[in-house]
Write a protein that binds this ligand. Structure first.
Ligand SMILES: Cc1ncc(COP(=O)(O)O)c(C=O)c1O
Length: 396
């Protein structure tokens, strides 16, 4: 959440004075319908038929997407070795098993390794657009189609980004977003899902609201209502998200402008290069991504005075070998609900050793990110760029 302020306060004031915080209500009797308004605007913005705002974050959105696609015990879902652990936990939460795929020099899923990792038990793939950087959706969707796999895009860290002119989240069968406080826009905690498939939407919608059977629109569903969980969004979330959406284009424009300044000023310096982008125009500009000859140079650059860089390899959260509960297969609150113990999953791949993904370690270790603030002054940007130039000169 880069920007928030008076506009959110004004919209929240209206919601509180209206005294109807539940998302379901009748506009004819004064209900503001903030959640529905956001869902309609978000679907339009992304270019899909349907959107659902939910509490429970991007994790819930991924879970609802998986449920929407009918993924469960006995299924393998391919995810990249570089993502937040939530991508894997959503797969486990529906009883399926995550199997990892290498990331390439763009720090997103390597399409060639994705194809190699497909087994007869693989049902879906979750490419992740990390730190605003688009995965190669064209190639991933092509391979998925060839092998009859479903695609769920994890766009939690790339809200508003695109690949080849099409919004991230609109390429897959389902797109999932996080609106927590660390993301491009948000409401503190929350998430969203998009799809253009009516059946996926119905299943996801029913699953995200355990009270669906009692809603006035229950009769609109074309499938029998089953019992799900409780991820409904409140009108408070909806009101904040409506304002945040109006800020999105401005935030992306300014992030991208800063990134461009870094790239123009630093291109042509022989000791540093930039990480390959699958589509620099669709990149959100969350980070400047550098790529070095070797891991030592990357470390030296990241730690140089005034640079404030970080290697994705060192994030402590986003690389598979740091997902301690998953590595040690401690899932859920009861041994019998742990998908690693399910008989249907007995023959699925469940190993996540450090040696299994050498390409990811190399790519993530040679990359350095500098996080961008869209509200940096020109002076602050110049100081950062000059620190990068000095650090580059010192590299052996
Ligand atoms: C790549 C990725 N996937 C999923 C999630 C889960 O989102 P949330 O924390 O909103 O549940 C996050 C965010 O934290 C994320 O960065």
């Amino acid at each position: 959440m880069y920007r928030m302020g008076e506009e959110e306060v004004q919209e929240l004031r209206k919601v509180f004075l209206n005294k109807q915080l539940f998302r379901v209500g009748d506009p004819a009797s004064g209900h503001l319908g903030e959640v529905v308004k956001f869902e309609q605007a978000w679907a339009k913005h992304i270019g899909t038929e349907y959107a659902l705002l939910m509490s429970g974050g991007g994790t819930a959105a991924l879970m609802c997407g998986l449920v929407g696609l009918g993924i469960g015990p006995g299924d393998e879902v391919l995810i990249p070795a570089y993502t937040f652990m939530a991508t894997a936990s959503a797969v486990l939460a529906v009883g399926a098993i995550p199997v990892l795929v290498e990331v390439d020099d763009s720090c997103t899923m390597d399409p060639e390794d994705f194809e190699k990792k497909i087994s007869p038990q693989t049902k879906a793939v979750i490419p992740v657009h990390m730190v605003g950087m688009p995965a190669n959706m064209e190639r991933i969707c092509e391979i998925a189609r060839k092998h009859n796999l479903k695609v769920i895009e994890d766009a939690c860290q790339a809200v508003g980004g695109s690949f080849k002119g099409k919004k991230l989240g609109a390429w897959g069968d389902v797109g999932a977003y996080s609106f927590n406080v660390f993301k491009i826009i948000g409401c503190g905690e929350g998430g969203g899902l998009v799809t253009s498939d009516r059946m996926i939407y119905e299943r996801a919608s029913i699953f995200h609201d355990s009270g669906t059977a009692f809603r006035p629109y229950a009769g609109d569903f074309t499938i029998p209502i089953f019992l799900g969980l409780q991820f409904r969004a409140s009108e408070i979330m909806g009101a904040i998200m409506n304002v945040q959406l109006s800020r999105l284009e401005g935030i992306l424009r300014d992030l991208r402008k800063v990134k461009k300044m870094f790239m123009e000023e630093l291109s042509g310096i022989s000791s540093i290069g930039f990480a390959r982008s699958n589509d620099i125009n669709g990149d959100c500009g969350v980070v400047v991504a550098f790529r070095f000859e070797n891991e030592n140079q990357a470390l030296e650059f990241a730690q140089s005075e005034g640079v404030s860089g970080w290697r994705p390899l060192d994030s402590r959260k986003h690389v598979w070998f740091d997902w301690e509960p998953i590595i040690n297969k401690r899932i859920g609150g009861h041994p019998a609900t742990n998908p690693y113990h399910f008989p249907q999953n007995a023959n699925l791949r469940k190993d996540y050793t450090k040696e299994m993904y050498p390409k990811s370690i190399e790519n993530l270790g040679r990359t350095v990110f500098i996080s961008i603030n869209p509200d940096w002054s020109d002076q602050e940007i110049k100081a950062k760029i000059s620190a990068c130039k000095k650090a580059a000169e010192k590299l052996k």
